[in-house]
Design a protein around this ligand. Sequence first.
Ligand SMILES: CC(C)(COP(=O)(O)OP(=O)(O)OC[C@H]1O[C@@H](n2cnc3c(N)ncnc32)[C@H](O)[C@@H]1OP(=O)(O)O)[C@@H](O)C(=O)NCCC(=O)NCCS
Length: 167
Amino acid sequence: MTAGAVKLRELRAGDRPALESLIRATGVFSEEEVGVALELIDAGIANAACGYLFLVAADERDRAIGYACYGHTSMTDGVYDLYWIAVDPRVQRGGVGRALLRATEDDVRRRGGRMIIIETAGKAEYEKTREFYVRTECVEIARIRDFYRVGDDKVVYQRVLDRPTAP
Ligand SMILES: CC(C)(COP(=O)(O)OP(=O)(O)OC[C@H]1O[C@@H](n2cnc3c(N)ncnc32)[C@H](O)[C@@H]1OP(=O)(O)O)[C@@H](O)C(=O)NCCC(=O)NCCS
């Protein structure tokens, strides 16, 4: 699968070291968050049907330079959560994040999804992340004040997907 110049593919066991190092290199995730991100990656490597879906962006040597992790939100009709998206800082601002998000949307549509929900933090370290979501046409629909800790809101973005038109 390719999106523009970015090669996108499925998650493979050999991606783990590159994914761990790029997750850490972003500098925005706490040790606890890194642990959760890796747990999901390990679950996806162990069993592709674990409920977490992955898309990996790879460079010309097939090394992982970014990824998205998403999944169906239980007890909903066609709602998906984007749990994680991260791009190697060395290639940020080059369209990899947008390609991952668009490919995630395409896959969610294919699975009958109609909406993607993204939760992120309101703290200053995530200002660039929030800018990314706004620039990629995600809409802020809710904010829970002091959710993560006092002074750090939960910010919820929504991306409504057009249903594919019937042939
Ligand atoms: C958020 C993230 C995934 C974006 O990936 P990316 O490959 O740099 O994004 P892109 O190059 O595709 O940028 C897409 C749009 O977002 C904008 N954008 C991306 N990073 C930005 C930044 N730091 N400041 C302002 N705008 C930014 C781009 O300008 C672009 O908009 P444009 O096309 O209108 O110019 C990446 O910065 C990242 O990994 N951040 C750390 C991890 C994180 O916060 N993940 C999300 C929480 S789980």
